[in-house]
Design a protein around this ligand. Structure first.
Ligand code: SF4
Length: 385
């Protein structure tokens, strides 16, 4: 169990993540920590426990600075306005929230309207991330999503008319029955809306999910078809003015997600709520996923890993190479205390000759055409991975 007073010297600025583990229904592919509940019934006990944790952290660490706040889930937009207000009030008591802080929430299109977005605006939110997944209703239905495309379109317009100018849509590819054409239709529908950011991930079959249990009943696109969909995603978004800045994330330049950039650059962040993860002082820790234990205060932060300098150096490399701008080897050497060129130089030389990576001055990048298979590139780069 980790004691938060270890971090009493923290100054920040930190990223803050709040996990709201409730949804209207469980999607068929989902293995996230989320529990189905009826609308309007997020337990006050959960919100109260969150507030206790945030207060405790602020007291033990001397109210550090924060410059990104992200509500994820689950479906945070199931919170009532009163519950949002209580959490935001505690956050501003426990953190020095810097001017210009990015304050985001995830949103399921079936759970938000113009009135809610106006309330969120007045609470300081300036970014919303909407789970569109597809513009095709048959694909949404197969995935077990509770919304349909018409609701996504209305939700984006509601967010925009309430004043949100930073809007992300989450999209999915590799869905059974999906084709390159139907995926391209989804992307073009998404980009016809006033959105500045698109995240798109390939569907993963997670053990224990209904989709995985019934996998034989579906026809999944094969690996080549999935790779073709990813290529279509990149070329279509590029044509529409969105730049790929991370393997699965695209934005109008200047509209990247600052909170997620913290994860990819090894910056410190603190998570609150069950199953949330944190990374402070080279230590990864998490709250377990047991809702009853969390509500009865029996849960606490468990240490996942205290990174050695070598491990921290590897993490900075692995995470940073997800970004199209790659990593500065001198920067990761300075931050980790490990000579990155000495650690990876031989493999980098080999891989440069193979054409999979580029080292320009001090900056290492994966060549654009290999981004989608970056895992195998990283396996070659880190022999002990
Ligand atoms: S809305 Fe998101 S978190 Fe909730 S069940 Fe669906 S995929 Fe999981």
């Amino acid at each position: 169990m980790i004691e938060l007073s270890w971090f009493s010297h923290l100054k920040g600025p930190l990223g803050v993540y709040i996990h709201i583990p409730f949804c209207l229904a469980k999607c068929k592919y989902c293995d996230f920590c989320s529990f189905p509940i009826p609308p309007g019934s997020v337990p006050d006990a959960y919100v109260d426990r969150l507030i206790e944790d945030i207060e405790d952290f602020g007291l033990k660490t001397g109210r550090p600075e924060a410059d990104t706040i992200f509500f994820g889930g689950g479906t945070p937009t199931l919170l009532s306005v009163r519950q949002w207000g209580k959490i935001m009030e505690q956050l501003s008591r426990s953190f020095r929230i810097l001017p210009g802080t990015e304050i985001s929430t995830e949103c399921n299109p079936a759970t938000a309207d113009r009135a809610l977005f106006s309330e969120l605006k007045s609470l300081g939110f300036n970014r919303v991330s909407i789970g569109m997944q597809s513009a095709n209703d048959d694909e949404l239905s197969l995935l077990g999503r509770v919304h349909r495309n018409e609701q996504t379109v209305r939700t984006v317009r509601d967010a925009y008319s309430a004043g949100f100018r930073e809007i992300n849509l989450d999209m999915m590819f590799g869905i059974p029955g999906q084709t390159k054409d139907s995926f391209e239709h989804s992307i073009r529908t998404a980009c016809s809306l006033p959105v500045t950011h698109i995240s798109s991930y390939a569907l993963q079959l997670e053990p224990g999910t209904p989709l995985e249990a019934h996998r034989n009943e579906y026809v999944f696109p094969d690996d080549d078809q999935v790779a073709d969909m990813y290529d279509a995603l990149c070329s279509c978004l590029s044509e529409l003015g969105y730049e790929r800045y991370e393997i699965s994330n695209f934005s109008i330049p200047g509209h990247e997600c600052r909170h997620n950039l913290k994860y990819w650059t090894g910056a410190p962040y603190m998570g609150f709520g069950i199953s949330s993860h944190s990374f402070l002082d080279r230590t990864r820790f998490f709250q377990p996923s047991d809702l009853d234990a969390y509500l009865t205060s029996a849960a606490g932060y468990q240490t996942e890993e205290e990174l050695t300098p070598e491990r921290f150096c590897d993490e900075l490399l692995v995470l940073g190479l997800r970004l199209t701008r790659g990593v500065s080897l001198s920067d990761i050497s300075r931050r980790s205390g490990v000579d990155a060129l000495a650690r990876y130089g031989t493999q980098i030389d080999t891989m440069r000759k193979q054409g999979t990576v580029d080292l320009s001055e001090d900056r290492l990048t994966i060549q654009p055409q290999y981004m989608f298979i970056s895992n195998s590139i990283l396996d070659d780069l880190l022999p002990d991975r």
